[in-house]
Design a protein around this ligand. Sequence first.
Ligand code: NAP
Ligand code: MG
Length: 484
Amino acid sequence: MVNLKRNYINGAWTQTGNGATSEQRNPADLSEVTGVWPKASVQDTRTAIEAAQSAQPAWGRLTVYQRAEYLKRALGSIRERIDAIADVLTLENGKTLAESKAEIASAIKEMDFQINEGLRLVGEVMPCERDGVLAYSMRRPLGVVAIITPWNFPFNVPCRKITPALMAGNTCVLKPAGLTPGVGAAFVQAYDEAGIPPGVLNFITGSGSEAGEELVSNPVIKAISFTGSTEVGMGIHVKASRNLTRTQLEMGGKNPLVVLSDANLTEAADSAALAAYACAGQWCTSTSRVVVERSVLDDFVDMLLERVKKFVVGRGNDPRVTMGPVCGEAQLKSILDGIERGRAEGGRLRIGGQRIVSDGLDKGCFIEPTIFDNVTPDMFLAQEEIFGPVLSVMAVNNFEEAIEVANHVRFGLASSIYTRDLQKALTFVERTDVGLTHVNLPTALKEPQLSFGGVKCSGCGLPEAGHTGIEFFTEHKVAYIRYR
Ligand code: NAP
Ligand code: MG
């Protein structure tokens, strides 16, 4: 049973919140309450932090091989329960079951990679100026770290952060997004089943403004790994800095896909449709702008429209469905507001734009896949993350203008270019202001062996995944040892 409706503190599923609760509802049918979760108080949050603090010295003194044994067992437990976890993911987030399984599969790969990365936690040995002195550096855990995660990848994001944090010898307090507590609980359950020592991983559900604020301002917390909106991330950065708490912030995006006139338009259109509408457009690396050379604009938009018409929107657990609901009422409202604003400022709506209330979908948060064209660089549609199935098409006259338009946003997470021209492709890679870029691939592609994070208002601090994933959770110490 994954929906435990309890918090996990010091190795026990605990009732927190002094009776304060929040209801989680199915985004495919808001009349269905899928769980009632405690709202951890400030005191509950402190109790979780204290449990983590007590557990850290012993956990940090285990060898990495011993720590890896616990994590491998947790990974085994996740592998055995993919279907059950996918059900909870689809129930709480709304994405299709296929998307939920893909998210878990990706989390498994990341976890596997980061466990092994932890076994290679390297320092440096350097030649020394003095004779008979050995000089080297080593990596140490930071202590207690806070993990604050969003609802859009509620399984993969905690996994990507917690695995390196624990491998490095830290202990953690996880606060998942209020919309997806059951997925967080399913993740923690795997560690419980793996026999993780009490206090090493703690889990609290509660509001950002209460539990989240306490995590961010408590001086015991030595690092905060956060994924979520730019506004909340910036606030965390300011508060954490008062205690010199390290932060890793993965935030919003407004990711451009550039299509040049020499591109393979079929592949480019497939890529745009995939990365704009998968998970109902709620990927941080979703394509939200396509920047197209004018000479191929009409053909390209026609190809996009053709693909969009094929989406089947409905409940994520229906196997015929290719796009689920957006995640909850607030999200539904904010996306519909964004569409209205785009219309009012002169974006031309080419398809979609409405909430879907037909075919028994009236109780859920369903939105038609939407395309605007005639979007110009300073419009809201070009500048702000709508975080739903809404794509803005922007026309440019040439390659130079495409780079300018692509970079003309405050965000810098992902980008892509479709072209057969090697010179233009590599020039784009050089000049695009993002943390991850692509050539002839969707904006959303990532693999575990390389770092993942944004620049500008999309990211701050060392990025997750790859080598930097574990680097963030360690400090360096150097030793000089005279032996002669
Ligand atoms: P959010 O509203 O910023 O919330 C993220 C997390 O922060 C949630 O757990 C939230 O808790 C918590 N929180 C809210 N206020 C807080 C506070 N004052 N102090 C501490 N914690 C607080 O983001 P979201 O709506 O869940 O996620 C969508 C956003 O995440 C989008 O902007 C998307 O682009 C971004 N994202 C980025 C990446 C990336 O890697 N760059 C990946 C995925 C998503 P509550 O839920 O309880 O409010
Ligand atoms: Mg939010």
